[in-house]
Write a protein that binds this ligand. Structure first.
Ligand code: NAI
Length: 433
């Protein structure tokens, strides 16, 4: 049997998958998994980008039978013919750069794209926080803005603009990025750029009345208070309408259009379906696929409207749970177990009808272990099962240990641990490639 699955969120599936009874083909445009929860920290050098990457071959090498890895992008899924198209999307291409591959089972774990709501200028001028190159771009632009602000003869107004870091979106991504940025500016940049220290500003723009809408009221209040103490401005009830090269146009809380100049703009307004996923949803029809943010799946993570051969997990799927790494990782382990059970049932079955077999496989169950967010100044918030709400410095240690334990491997844990120690001992690096 051939099983083809794609990209990130699939790391836990790949770790546990049975390669004895399935031929596994893995397709991803990049040859590594990226631990995105620590991506904001990597933009300011609290952790190194390499420390949160896990080369795919580090996992496939340890499987009992070979896993075929193809570095390429899946550009089309044909659910009728059970065929996918894979294209080499890298810079260097050989004579063959497009292939069609047949599958028996397909697991779609391609993640999601940044939601821009078609706001003009976002793709052109803003930085996202999804991929390793996004983190590199943010770091480079951030340090470039600082150097340009320090350029002799720079007018005051221009210095003010260059040193204004704007984050759009008050979800966990925007909050954790703004928090990490605050630490970097306060703890490191102030030392190395004394001439412009005190002129940095961070503003977080959020369209709704409060940040972190998924957290409880007391934790939202704690976050907003911590941001205020750290002099990070939160503009609530403020929606970005247009992005220009040097300023954003917002509809402010008084419902007036206002221009806000920026030096660096980070866009974190959530997720939307990737074109591949949107296209598959279209092919499966609006009755089966009615959600815009991803593939609707049943209790076995089977894509609605498919013939029980396509599965989806992580941010590519739309479930009742928040699209977090925690959910994706649990879904991956579940699918590995699901396929193992399915194989055993098929071996014994007299009736190989997929509906009959699936009725004997346990559904996916998810036990939420809590939500965490770093809010800056060595403080974090945690909302745990049993209505337990924690905040402060001790919660930050908990945040650190939770993120460490969720990393892909012991190697990544040790690397990130060393990065944290290095950062405490020597401060963050301010060099840029
Ligand atoms: P999000 O969807 O949670 O938040 C996006 C925010 O942007 C919303 O509050 C929205 O009101 C705001 N927004 C949208 N358009 C806007 C505009 N034009 N102007 C101003 N504000 C605008 O997105 P995020 O933070 O990327 O998270 C995505 C998912 O990943 C969520 O489900 C989140 O819970 C999860 N996540 C969880 C983490 C954690 O638990 N620590 C870390 C990172 C992500």
């Amino acid at each position: 049997m051939d099983k083809t699955y794609l990209d990130r969120g699939s790391t836990s599936l790949l770790k546990d998958i049975d390669t004895e009874n399935y031929n596994v083909v893995l397709i991803s445009p990049r040859a590594y998994f990226l631990f995105t929860p620590l991506l904001p920290s990597s933009t300011v050098g609290t952790v190194e980008l390499r420390s949160i990457m896990q080369p795919i071959r580090f996992i496939t090498r340890f499987k009992s039978r070979e896993v075929l890895f193809i570095e390429g992008s899946c550009t089309d899924i044909d659910p009728q013919k059970k065929l996918i198209t894979v294209e080499d999307s890298s810079e260097i291409k050989g004579e063959v750069s497009k292939q069609q591959i047949k599958y028996d089972y397909l697991v779609v774990g391609v993640g999601a794209e940044n939601a821009t709501f078609n706001i003009p200028g976002v793709r052109e001028f803003a930085c996202f926080l999804k991929e390793s190159w996004d983190a590199r771009k943010i770091r480079s632009q951030l340090l470039d803005s600082l150097e340009s602000a320090a350029f002799p003869g720079q007018p005051e107004e221009e210095i003010k603009r260059l040193l204004h870091m704007v984050v759009v979106g008050g979800g966990p991504t925007g909050i954790e990025y703004a928090a990490g940025l605050h630490d970097f500016l306060e703890e490191d940049v102030k030392i190395w750029y004394p001439e412009i220290a005190g002129k940095f500003r961070i503003t977080l723009v959020e369209a709704t009345p409060h940040v972190l809408p998924a957290f409880s009221k007391d934790l939202i209040a704690y976050t907003e208070k911590t941001f205020a103490e750290n002099k990070v401005t939160i503009l609530n009830n403020t929606a970005v309408k247009k992005v220009n090269q040097k300023d954003i146009v917002v509809l402010n809380k008084d419902k007036e259009l206002e221009s806000i100049p920026y030096g660096l703009l980070v866009w974190a307004t959530g997720n939307t379906a990737r074109p591949l996923v949107a296209d598959l949803m279209k092919k499966l029809g609006p009755t089966a696929q009615a959600q815009r943010r991803g593939l609707t799946v049943d209790e076995h993570l089977i894509v609605a409207g498919s013939d029980n051969s396509i599965y989806a997990l992580g941010d590519a799927s739309a479930t009742k749970w928040a699209p977090t790494g925690q959910v994706a990782s649990r879904q991956g382990s579940y699918l590995a177990e699901h396929f193992r059970t399915l194989y055993e049932l098929k071996k014994k079955a007299t009736n190989s009808d997929s509906k009959v077999l699936l009725s004997q496989v346990d559904p996916f169950v998810y036990n939420h272990r809590g939500s965490l967010a770093y809010v800056g100044g060595d403080k974090a918030i945690a909302e745990l099962p049993g209505n337990i709400h924690l905040s402060g410095a001790a919660t930050y240690l908990f945040w650190k240990s939770a993120y460490l334990s969720n990393l892909f491997s012991l190697r990544n844990r040790i690397l990130v641990g060393f990065d944290w120690v290095k950062c405490k001992m020597f401060g963050r690096d301010i060099g840029r490639e």
